[in-house]
Write a protein that binds this ligand. Structure first.
Ligand code: FES
Length: 577
């Protein structure tokens, strides 16, 4: 508890006045404070209900409990602590009666704010209460404790979901990674979106119970990889998980990453790319919260890995061209080549290769990829070219396609991006097979660019963030958003375009794919920044997001209420008496 400083003490009324009016509002340090005389004791609390700001002096007191009359949250009058988890604890103030006069400490009683708000994150996640999560995100951002909040939420999301890694976990991890490019004021909002989706992903889910590592003397990476890939192949989840937790306990991180990524690419384009994308995100999360948490994080990948649909079992990968067989042959050849993802050699053929991937025949594309590997082009340059080709599908996507076809484009782009990011983290020949099936996934969606929508040219209008955002206000504003983005990019301020797209994302009720598209777009924009490729990545991102907006925007409304409460604004007109 803070020490009372005499200089902070202000005389607010007499005890006699309080006896005549036992619930009386005063003002100190710009805040409305409720004084309550109850059972012979004077208490002081912030007059705004911590739930949604209703004036507490319109509530009632009975048996030491203050009840807010709006949503009936109840508070212990003496401490301000709430009995109802959807509300928060009400800030209290020190108060003393001296010679019949009531003196108030104008500073709220301070506890450990960091511990308090991290606990509130946990409550918000457990009870799935968006307003609590919004307030926590704002407070923790102010305390510069976003990392602690992310770690707390991530571990909660992993512990409380037996079915494994969730969309909420991907959203949280994605948003944290793009925070640096967002406008500073949008960063706590991004954290709120992440927390909200972790809560939604764990709702009504059974908890996860850990498996123990094998008590084995085995330490060879190749043996663990062999076991893990076999158990995934035959869809034995427990055996695969026990192998993985054992590997985590004896192998270095790079060997564990190799093992997981090998299993993710043993079959083609697993689950429309989600399986590898989730795995990549899990490793990104570990980069952020530390390898010590590998046993909490990585086993969550196993359920999806053993369940995933294998695309070679689908007709589109077999007929009329047996693309699956072509990829398998090319992958076998790739395994025989030097493939160290070695030093960049100034290769800049991304646009040319992407054009071939978009419009070429499968055998020609695979042959060219192998030729480039053989000639020493780093794998990460080839993976980047595949991502660019995948993004060009969104750039050229005509709105005459069915709306749901946007998701086909999204899946290929985010898969190719995941392969690219994972290769940058831990280059591996087995993982490089993802370059091949990624390129073929782009080939298989070629009908979505018939006819190709042309890339707009700058109109000369001095567009900016406002023009971009206004294009997202109307359904079907895909081409308007693209034009506004191109006009803004022509001014040379691509960071402003990125911030505007971030704002567009965060003011909506985002769905899983929207976050995926934005994050992957930002990754590739960063990779190709300052080139026409980088600009086109932003253009494709803008077109995809514009196709899905506007939504109801209820998330933003909840956040605004939390932000106004945090700033101490009055949400309800109620002047002090
Ligand atoms: S309970 Fe007080 S504002 Fe909702």
């Amino acid at each position: 508890m803070a020490t009372v400083r005499e200089t902070d003490m202000v005389r607010v009324c007499t005890l006699a006045e309080l006896q005549r009016e036992p619930m009386r509002v005063t003002t100190a340090a710009g805040r409305a404070i409720l004084l309550v005389l109850h059972e012979g004791r004077v208490s002081a609390l912030d007059n705004r209900c911590p739930h949604m700001g209703f004036p507490l002096h319109r509530g009632s007191v009975k048996d030491g409990i203050l009840t807010c009359h709006w949503h009936h949250a109840k508070f212990d009058l003496a401490s301000g602590c709430t009995f109802d988890l959807f509300a928060d604890d009400a800030p209290t103030y020190g108060v003393e009666v001296r010679d019949g006069e009531v003196w108030l400490d104008s500073r709220p009683v301070a506890g450990d704010r960091l511990a308090h708000w991290l606990d509130r994150v946990e409550v918000g996640l457990e009870q799935d209460i968006p307003l609590v999560l919004a307030k926590s995100a704002i407070a923790l951002d102010e305390l510069d404790a976003t990392s602690e909040a992310v770690a707390r939420a991530a571990l909660f999301g992993l512990r409380n979901r037996r079915s494994g890694w969730s969309q909420g976990m991907t959203i949280l991890t994605s948003l944290v990674s793009v925070m640096p490019v967002l406008a500073p004021g949008d960063r706590p909002l991004a954290l709120f979106h992440g927390l909200r989706h972790v809560a939604a992903s764990t709702r009504a889910q059974p908890p996860e119970f850990d498996l123990e590592p094998l008590r084995t003397s085995e330490t060879r990476p190749e043996r663990f990889q062999e076991w893990f890939r076999y158990f995934v192949e035959v869809r034995e989840a427990d055996a695969a998980e026990r192998t993985l937790v054992t590997a985590i306990s004896v192998l270095p991180p790079a060997a564990v990453a190799d093992l997981v990524m090998a299993a993710c690419t043993d079959h083609l384009y697993l689950d429309s790319g989600h399986t590898l994308d989730f795995a990549n995100k899990a490793f990104e999360l570990l980069d952020r919260i530390g390898w010590d948490h590998a046993r909490d994080v990585l086993p969550s990948l196993v359920p999806a890995l053993v369940r995933s649909q294998r695309m070679e079992e689908t007709s589109s990968w077999r007929h009329p061209v047996d693309v699956a067989a072509l990829v398998h042959d090319a992958a076998a050849e790739l395994m025989l080549m030097r493939r160290d993802g070695g030093p960049a050699m100034g290769w800049s053929g991304h646009a040319e290769l992407a054009s071939m991937i978009l419009d070429g025949e499968p055998t020609d594309v695979l042959t060219e990829l192998l030729r480039l590997v053989h000639s020493g082009v780093p794998l990460t340059e080839l993976s980047a070219a595949v991502v660019y080709a995948a993004m060009l599908r969104a750039v050229h996507f005509p709105t005459s396609n069915e709306f749901t076809d946007w998701e086909t484009v999204l899946h290929v782009f985010t898969y190719a991006n995941a392969v690219d990011q994972a290769l940058r983290r831990a280059p591996s020949g087995l993982l490089a097979r993802g370059i091949l099936d990624g390129a073929m996934a782009v080939y298989l969606e070629r009908f979505l660019n018939v006819p190709k929508r042309a890339i707009p040219t700058p109109s000369g209008a001095r567009a900016g963030a406002a023009a971009i955002l206004s294009a997202f206000d109307t359904q079907g504003g895909v081409d308007d958003a693209a034009q506004a983005a191109i006009d803004s990019l022509a001014t040379g301020d691509d960071e402003a375009v990125v911030r505007a797209l971030g704002r567009a994302l965060l003011r909506e009720d985002g769905a899983f794919h929207h976050y995926q598209m934005f994050e992957a777009g930002i990754r590739q924009w960063s990779r190709f920044r300052g080139t026409s490729v980088g600009d086109q990545v932003l253009l494709g991102t803008a077109r995809y997001l514009a196709a899905h907006y506007p939504t109801v925007r209820a998330t933003g409304q909840t956040y605004d209420i939390a932000a106004r409460l945090h700033r101490g604004e009055s949400l309800h007109e109620d002047p002090p008496g």
